[in-house]
Design a protein around this ligand. Structure first.
Ligand code: CP3
Length: 354
């Protein structure tokens, strides 16, 4: 991962992978977090074919189609596997349900006895359809479009496992993390192992890059950031890299703020996703030249489109020219986004001057 892998290899390598390996293709490759989903009418139609969201994710025929829908519509540089971060607790035997208009609901795990009931006995079997999805998508993707696999990082998955839902104040997980460090460490250990195995399987299936979503890294108490975010992420990066040294890993510690530099230095990720609260130009000066940055347009600007989106997009592009860079949002596409605005954004990014 150094400057020798420069622009000249671009013609033979997918632009996304070139940037992840430290190259500086320009205009930069672009994909969008949550680029598949309810803002697309064709997704809403497909979604009605499955009884539950988990069933949808674990039915290759449906998940392949959902992964490909944004690729058929827009000239994106990557597809992201259609799945969910909560498939891991589901595959470990925790009860997970997605309630319409309310989000995920889980039967919470808050003590050692509940943790002991989780099991890896049917983990690989439950998640096997995801590998079929990956293979099916790879077979249909255009030659220059890369497939990204993903998982939730342990802290973020643990927030759902302990709180039992999204949108909480995280008081249960913070309380447990301080009060019962042994239990909390044991839960994170389980997640490090399960997540590493899951990502390795995705690599076996043909995922070409892997992203770890740490969507709730911004609510970790400062004194726990090392043990709850950095160390578990570093262990997963180490395990996945040992099995698949060729697959680049993107970390997305949303809200990491002042911890971002340490996160990059100590986890060993190849690239880091930047949220919209953080200045890309500043991070660029803090991280090694070889670490690709990904981000960080505010999804609200994509929802609204027009001059504000164009101005901000030009500013992002200007600040990242010459550094390994992947254009993305600073968080996922909002459900209220008109699909035409995505086309408008891709025009702006892909028309960027060389
Ligand atoms: O296009 C893609 O990005 C691929 C698929 C994908 C989904 N979820 C599909 C999904 C990805 C990468 C995710 C990641 C995910 N899931 C995260 C991390 C990213 C982030 O947004 O911070 C998190 C925190 C989850 C957990 C989750 N899944 C929540 C909180 C919800 C409910 C809220 C919501 O956005 O709907 C989900 C459900 C979910 N995951 C949907 C989709 C398309 C909507 C469910 C439906 O269609 O009925």
């Amino acid at each position: 991962m150094n400057g020798m892998l420069g622009n000249d290899l671009g013609c033979s390598m997918k632009p996304l992978l070139e940037a992840l390996r430290g190259g500086t293709p320009w205009p930069p490759p672009v994909w969008l977090m949550r680029q598949a989903g309810r803002y697309l009418p064709e997704y809403r139609a497909l979604r009605t074919k499955a009884q539950s969201f988990i069933h949808f994710c674990l039915t290759p025929e449906l998940a392949i189609e959902a992964t490909l829908q944004p690729i058929r519509r827009f000239p994106l540089d990557a597809a992201i596997l259609f799945a969910d971060i909560l498939l891991v607790p589901h595959a470990l035997g925790q009860e997970v349900a997605f309630v319409a208009n309310e989000g995920p609901k889980l039967v919470p795990i808050r003590d050692a006895a509940a943790l002991a009931r989780l099991s890896t006995a049917s983990f690989a079997e439950t998640l096997a359809p995801v590998m079929e999805t990956i293979k099916g998508v790879r077979a249909e993707l255009p030659d220059d479009v890369a497939l990204i696999g993903f998982a939730g990082a342990p802290w973020t998955v643990a927030t759902y496992m302990i709180e039992g839902e999204g949108g909480s104040d995280f008081e249960n997980i913070r309380g447990v993390a301080y009060r019962e460090p042994g239990f909390f460490a044991a839960l994170l250990d389980r997640l490090v192992e399960a997540t590493s195995a899951y990502l390795i399987l995705q690599g076996d299936g043909g995922a070409e890059a892997l992203q770890l979503f740490d969507s709730w890294a911004g609510v970790v108490p400062a004194s726990l950031f090392e043990s709850a975010v950095i160390a578990p992420t570093a262990r997963i990066v180490g395990a996945v890299r040992a099995a698949h040294p060729e697959i680049p890993i993107i970390g997305f510690p949303r809200g990491a703020g002042s911890h971002l530099k340490t996160y990059v230095e100590q986890t060993g990720v190849d690239a880091v996703g930047i949220d919209f609260m953080t200045s890309l130009a500043r991070v660029r000066n803090e991280v090694p030249e070889s670490v690709a940055l990904q981000g960080n347009l505010d999804p609200v600007l994509l929802r609204d489109g027009g001059a504000a989106m164009a101005n901000e997009t030009r500013g992002i592009l200007a600040s990242m020219h010459g550094h390994p860079f992947i254009f993305n949002l600073g968080h996922g596409v909002l459900q209220t986004t008109p699909p035409e605005h995505v086309a408008e954004l891709l025009n702006l990014v892909q028309g960027a001057r060389k």
